[in-house]
Design a protein around this ligand. Structure first.
Ligand SMILES: [Fe+2]
Length: 457
């Protein structure tokens, strides 16, 4: 608990420092860009008004909710998750659960003016100002180190030679370095806007041929479409999902696999997402598994029932035999499983992944597993599952994988962040999903629908 509290306060300090940094920097820019003191004051007041409005709207209810969470006794708590007792977890739940799940305040499944004008700009600002600040700190440290090295070089290396200390960095070069530092520091804001308005909605259709040597002949060329991580909400509206449903149907798959995270936090959105996904059609059926957000929103049973009512079968440690031409392939599905805690407490942890899956395997044919968490792949390979379809990572959502695969937040939770992986006798595909979590931004991880074509060779 102490370590979590320390991490929380460290993050809070970084956030405060980043805000002070940007307020000072913007103040300096205003001084050089707006010559009139009167207009500078007016712009400053307008800026402060917007800044305080965004922070008050987005954080005040969370702080109040956190205090309520902490001060309530478990039996009488108004909070959604009363078992949370640290400031960090109380704040988290007040913001992401209590706030949107408060009385009469449910998460909308369409883009509201409040979400567009108050929530999205705030989340964009927080993420980008933090990243910009961290880049500025890195530049500052590199600059200090370069100074120190130069100082040492002249003090130690040239000691006794009576060489005058010259400044090796010319004024022009210094100006160039300062401009570069400024451009890199402000780049996250431009990248964030691009990720919010363009890349987040720039769907990519991935096509992949999957070779399964013992695939029954009748399933040669069988096409499976995978949709994942829908996260219905104001930034993944029912209307937007309908567009993805139409695209999926247009791909003419034989079967559709939905690999979890249909909702985000709010249970009241489950009917809307099921209604829209009921539009997905495939001759061999639509199947799915549940994600961690169904577990956190406590809708696993209810959403599985809603899907069943719309002829979509959610496989919960179950199998479905897909038959064609007198032959069969085995489709398996499991609920979200994790061996280490992440997110809200009280989640279901497993000692070992895919316990009991061996009982559902069918020897001699293709076994295809739907499992939201890609970390089940190692165990699936041990069982001899031919193909695992997963989601969960959003492909990192905001990454710099084009520079290095290590520059992705999802690397903290899994080595299987996106795309295709192989082990002897087993393959995994991690779909980047279509929705977002936390901030409505995608960068270097566009939304994806995958269409697989099964082949014997
Ligand atoms: Fe997700």
């Amino acid at each position: 608990m102490l370590s979590r509290l320390l991490v929380f306060f460290a993050l809070l300090l970084i956030l405060i420092a980043s805000q002070l940094f940007w307020v000072r920097l913007i103040g300096k820019w205003a001084t050089s860009l707006i010559p009139s003191a009167l207009w500078r004051r007016r712009a400053g007041l307008a800026g402060w008004a917007v800044y305080l409005l965004l922070f008050t709207y987005n954080l005040l209810p969370s702080l109040v909710g956190a205090v309520v969470n902490l001060s309530s006794t478990p039996g009488r708590a108004r909070s959604v998750v009363p078992e949370h007792r640290t400031l960090a977890s109380a704040l988290f739940h007040a913001h992401f659960l209590g706030w949107i799940r408060g009385e009469g305040n449910v998460e909308p499944t369409y883009l509201t003016l409040r979400a567009a004008l108050l929530q999205a700009p705030f989340e964009w600002w927080i993420l980008c100002s933090l990243l910009g600040f961290l880049i500025a700190i890195s530049f500052g440290l590199a600059d200090r180190m370069a100074h120190a090295v130069r100082w040492l070089y002249h003090k130690v290396g040239l000691a006794g030679r009576a060489v005058p200390l010259r400044n090796p960095v010319s004024l022009e070069r210094r100006r160039f370095l300062e401009r570069t530092a400024l451009a890199v520091t402000t780049a996250p804001f431009v990248a964030g806007a691009y990720g919010m308005f363009y890349e987040r909605l720039n769907l990519e259709i991935s096509r992949r041929r999957i070779k399964i040597p013992h695939l029954p002949r009748a399933f040669e060329g069988f096409r499976i479409a995978q949709l994942s991580d829908i996260h219905i909400g104001p930034f993944m509206t029912a209307k937007e999902i309908r567009r993805y449903v139409a695209i999926t149907n247009g791909l003419k798959p034989d079967l559709v696999a939905l690999t979890g995270d249909f909702v985000t936090w709010d249970p009241s959105t489950q009917s809307a997402v099921v209604d829209v996904l009921a539009g997905v059609k495939a001759p061999f059926g639509v199947y799915g598994c549940l994600g961690n957000h169904e577990m956190w929103a406590k809708v696993e049973d209810s959403i599985a029932r809603l899907f069943a009512g719309r002829s979509i079968r959610i496989l919960r440690s179950e199998q479905a035999l897909i038959r064609s031409g007198g032959e069969v392939i085995n489709l398996l599905g499991v609920d979200y499983q994790s061996t280490s805690p992440m997110g809200p407490r009280g989640q279901r942890l497993v000692r070992k992944y895919l316990e009991g899956l061996d009982r559902l395997m069918v020897p001699g044919t293709a076994n295809i597993l739907l499992s939201h968490n890609p970390n089940t792949f190692d165990r699936a390979a041990e069982y001899g599952v031919d193909l695992s379809l997963a989601g969960h990572t959003h492909g990192g959502q905001v990454t710099l994988e084009f520079i290095s695969p290590d520059l992705s937040p999802s690397r903290l939770i899994t080595p299987y962040v996106r795309g295709w992986f192989e082990k002897p006798g087993s393959q995994l595909y991690v779909n980047r999903g279509i929705g977002t979590i936390g901030v409505p931004i995608r960068f270097d991880a566009p939304p994806e629908i995958t269409i697989f074509e099964l082949a014997r060779s």
